[in-house]
Design a protein around this ligand. Structure first.
Ligand code: SF4
Ligand code: SF4
Length: 501
């Protein structure tokens, strides 16, 4: 008999789908986070308010739309106001008003209650439409992500069975029915309730992975420790900078900010376009090596991966693996690998700009910038020196800006070490695979921290709500920039151009 049975009147635990899925992947993800960027959520709210206002207001769109947009998007910067206006227009095209339907702006969500756990899990919908097809419940989607399989299971398991659910995918401009497999949906919901109600273990070790990018706790969980010690408060503004974003930093700050702070949608690319040969083999190699390096029979794992590739790419993957094998046998300080695809990094707290809950700008507020990179492998050299290994599979073998510094500082902080080696394995070197080993001692680690602090200071100075705040720098890199189209429309006025840092 547990407390919940005795005190049966207790409020049920409310399980959130995203948090439960993340918790199953990383037990340390439960708990208070810090203040991460909110642009995407703000834009979602603006689009929702626009759609609701449009339904509430009778009259021709030519009059109603500008009025509604002024009311709910007026406070946004021009880039984000333009995005919201486009998404609002997309909604009206997908779901034009119809005289034979009634609109419910507060449709009931789907909720599943589990009496044994005294817990519930719910998924909301935003717009209910009752028309000739019966009831349709719409989920408003302003990002790329559609309703997940877990959310779909809850939607159907907790519904009356008479409602059809749809995603209004405003970026793609399409309406997609949300489906879930009736034979597995109860198990999916049970697993969510199980993960969401398991006792919290405060000592649980972080398990980094792709889920770190949707987690509220990167600055607080300890996986990306604070350089210089201390901790990050729950109200501290926080920005996560990936190694890919860091790579762009010397070229153009706008590109970094648009990706990591304001979540500006990319220009649309043709998704059918094939990845160029070399890129796909590189990705396949990274995947195969991550599994092989921890396997009892690494060669068999790679042979399996090679068989799954088209014949034209098989030999290339085998050559890369052969390069790895020859390096492992010949390099001076080989690494005994303990983890692969492992998230390493450091949090740097700098004074910067923040906006409080009453929209007042605070200068010199603490801002936590979390540098996160996923290393191909981590382990130790024979003498115990912690080591991080990065596989380069591209022909140019170019490194990312400050990548080794993030690895070295992150590993040193995580292991409380004052010496770390970073190995970059150039597997496509025409003269045979080679290793560039950089050893970071105390002075190098201090220099790495200073270099990251400089980047953090620039990031922290960008106004969190103004996408025009980070300066842009036009250069040859614009050709491949995912924001080139949007950026070119906002190069005058408030934005300024200045030489890169
Ligand atoms: S940031 Fe990553 S490692 Fe840290 S708690 Fe979240 S998911 Fe786990
Ligand atoms: S198009 Fe060029 S200037 Fe604009 S964000 Fe991209 S890299 Fe920067």
């Amino acid at each position: 008999v547990d407390g919940r049975t005795i005190y049966g009147h207790e409020e049920p635990v409310r399980v959130k789908v995203d948090a439960a899925v993340r918790r199953a992947a990383c037990p340390a993800s439960t708990g208070t986070g810090s203040k991460l960027p909110r642009s995407q959520l703000d834009r979602w709210k603006a689009v929702y308010e626009a759609v609701a206002g449009w339904y509430r207001t009778d009259g021709p769109d030519a009059e109603v739309v500008p009025e509604v947009e002024r009311a709910v998007m007026g406070y946004l910067d021009p880039v984000q106001a333009g995005i919201c206006s486009g998404l609002f227009s997309s909604y009206r095209q997908i779901l034009p008003k119809r005289s034979d339907e009634t609109v419910d702006l507060e449709p009931p969500g789907s909720l599943v209650y589990d009496e044994a756990r005294n817990a519930s899990v719910a998924v909301a919908t935003q717009i209910g439409l009752d028309g000739p097809n019966g009831r349709e419940s719409i989920r408003l989607k302003t990002g790329k992500r559609a309703t997940t399989a877990e959310e779909a299971a809850v939607l159907h398991a907790g519904s009356d069975g008479d409602t059809a659910f749809f995603d209004a995918l405003l970026v793609a401009g399409s309406l997609e029915e949300i489906e879930s497999d009736p034979t597995t949906r109860d198990d999916v919901v049970a697993a969510l309730l199980e993960a969401g109600t398991a006792p919290v273990d405060a000592r649980a070790r972080p398990e980094p992975g792709p889920h770190c990018f949707s987690c509220p706790r990167p600055a607080r969980c300890g996986q990306y420790p604070v350089a210089g010690g201390g901790s990050v408060g729950s109200t501290t503004r926080t920005v996560v900078i990936t190694k890919t974003a860091l790579r762009r930093f010397p070229e153009c700050h706008r590109r970094v900010g648009w990706r990591r702070l304001y979540a500006i949608p990319d220009d649309q690319y043709d998704e059918e376009e094939e990845a160029p040969h070399g890129l796909s083999v590189g990705a396949a190699f990274h995947r195969a090596a991550a599994a092989a390096l921890l396997a009892d029979d690494p060669d068999a794992v790679v042979a399996d991966a090679a068989r799954a590739l088209p014949p034209s790419e098989r030999a290339d993957l085998e050559t890369l693996w052969e390069g790895h094998r020859s390096l492992a046998a010949t390099e001076q300080a080989p690494v005994a690998v303990v983890r692969t695809e492992y998230g390493i990094g450091a949090t740097v707290v700098v004074p910067g700009l923040d906006v409080d809950s009453r929209d007042r700008v605070r200068r010199d507020a603490p801002v936590a910038v979390v540098f996160v990179a996923f290393a191909d492998a981590v382990g130790r050299e024979a003498d115990g020196t912690p080591a991080v290994v990065e596989h380069r599979t591209g022909a140019d073998g170019a490194g990312y800006h400050l990548e080794a510094e993030v690895y070295a500082l992150g590993a040193a902080l995580l292991l409380r070490a004052d010496r770390v080696a970073v190995h970059t394995h150039h597997l496509r070197d025409p003269d045979g695979a080679s290793c560039l080993r950089r050893e970071f001692g105390p002075a190098d680690l201090a220099a790495a921290r200073d270099a990251l602090r400089e980047v953090a200071a620039a990031v922290a100075a960008w106004h969190p709500d103004d996408a025009l705040a980070p300066p842009y720098t036009v250069g040859r890199w614009c050709t491949w920039c995912e924001f080139a189209g949007t950026c070119s429309r906002f190069r005058d006025g408030a934005a300024t151009s200045r030489p890169p840092a």
